[in-house]
Design a protein around this ligand. Structure first.
Ligand code: DAH
Length: 353
């Protein structure tokens, strides 16, 4: 009886050993192969069942049977891996053969939200457009500027607080990163005989970095030099500018202010865009410090000292200048309450313009 059991197991092992290669070979897909492998080596597979029957064989024969089972197990595993590699290779070859590279295929589709201009760029182009329409041309200049073009020739005394290391990035002696675009007044007057009407958009730099200030931001300067220019010309340009950016009936007011390169100088406010009510009144809010007005730019009549420094006769030439921060204009144009949003480049923010 016990010997019969050993014989039966031996026969079954021999039978399985002889047939498994053909069974694996017959499996055409990876899944079929895995199924076949499970039938042999799985939890309830033929080999497992055989191994479980080992107890019925005579004690003396068990060791030999165990070794034979393990040998077959290894052979089955090797056969499985070999066939698996074959099937995988065949599938890949088929794939490559069936779908050769098609170089004429279009590329991957672009993201649903395509890239577009940053709000500062949009506003810069809008402002340039307004001034172009009024006859101003763009005058370009470098970011690294002579200290005298940024300060001295604009009437800043040598000990003016703005010239302090604390506020200005100096590069080498006598050179700095321009702190404003007013330097273009000096450059234009040095190279262009009046009359002239220019705008100068560009990056400016200050040693400032907090919730409402960034060390690099953008300004746009506009100035006009001719004979007999008056404050009324400046006011006309300001009115046109405010109307084009914020619509007709936008309240505009001027407050006397001081800048070294203009006399008289003023700051221009428009009705606060953040707390404007449906009926046009302003409730007052934190952003306009509860005044109902919010500052948009500085301006004034070009000071004679600027003409003199440029070698132009201050008795003959007159002009006005104005300068604005483009981040600020963009914020007021679109009602953006926080300047940081301008620099973070979050697509959820940028996608709104
Ligand atoms: N340059 C000034 C600034 O950076 C802005 C400015 C004020 C420009 C008055 C002007 C002006 O042309 O007339 O704060």
């Amino acid at each position: 009886m016990a010997d019969d059991a050993k014989e039966a197991i031996d026969r079954a092992l021999a039978d399985l050993g002889a047939r498994f290669p053909a069974r694996f070979a017959a499996a055409a897909t990876e899944q079929a192969l895995r199924d076949e492998n499970a039938k042999i080596s799985g939890k309830k597979g033929e080999l497992t069942v055989l191994l479980a029957g080992i107890g019925k064989a005579p004690k003396a024969a068990r060791r030999a049977i165990g070794e034979a089972v393990n040998e077959l197990k290894a052979a089955v595993e090797a056969g499985f891996q070999a066939r698996l590699a074959e099937i995988t290779r065949a599938a890949r070859d088929l794939d490559l053969g069936a779908r050769p590279f098609d170089l004429t295929l279009p590329g991957r589709p672009l993201p649903a939200v395509p890239g577009h201009a940053h709000p500062i760029s949009i506003v810069r182009e809008e402002v340039i457009d307004v001034f172009r329409g009024l006859g101003f041309a763009v005058f370009d200049g470098p970011d690294v500027e002579l200290e005298e073009n940024n300060f001295g020739k604009l009437g800043f005394p040598p000990d003016h607080p703005a010239t302090d290391m604390h506020d200005t990035f100096f590069t080498t002696a006598g050179h700095l990163l321009r702190t404003h675009t007013s330097n273009i007044q000096v450059r234009a007057m040095a190279t262009t005989p009046p009359p002239m009407a220019f705008i100068a958009p560009g990056a400016v730099f200050r040693r400032d970095d907090d919730l409402t200030h960034a060390p690099m931001f953008h300004q746009l300067e506009a100035f006009l030099v001719d004979e007999a220019v008056t404050f009324a010309h400046l006011k006309g340009v300001l009115a046109e500018f405010a109307e084009r950016l914020w619509g007709p009936n936008t309240p505009v007011r001027l407050r006397p202010s001081y800048f070294p390169f203009v006399e008289p100088g003023a700051e221009v406010d428009i009705g606060c865009v953040f707390c404007k009510q449906a009926d046009g009144t302003r409730a007052g809010c934190g952003l306009c410090k509860h005044t109902g007005f919010i500052e948009i730019l500085g301006c004034g009549m070009i000071d004679p000292v600027v003409f003199t420094a440029a070698g132009l006769d201050p008795e003959r030439w007159t002009g006005f200048a104005l300068g604005m921060g483009l981040e600020r204009i963009a914020m007021l144009r679109y009602g953006i309450p926080n300047i940081r949003l301008m620099f973070e480049n979050d697509p959820r923010f940028l996608g709104q313009f």
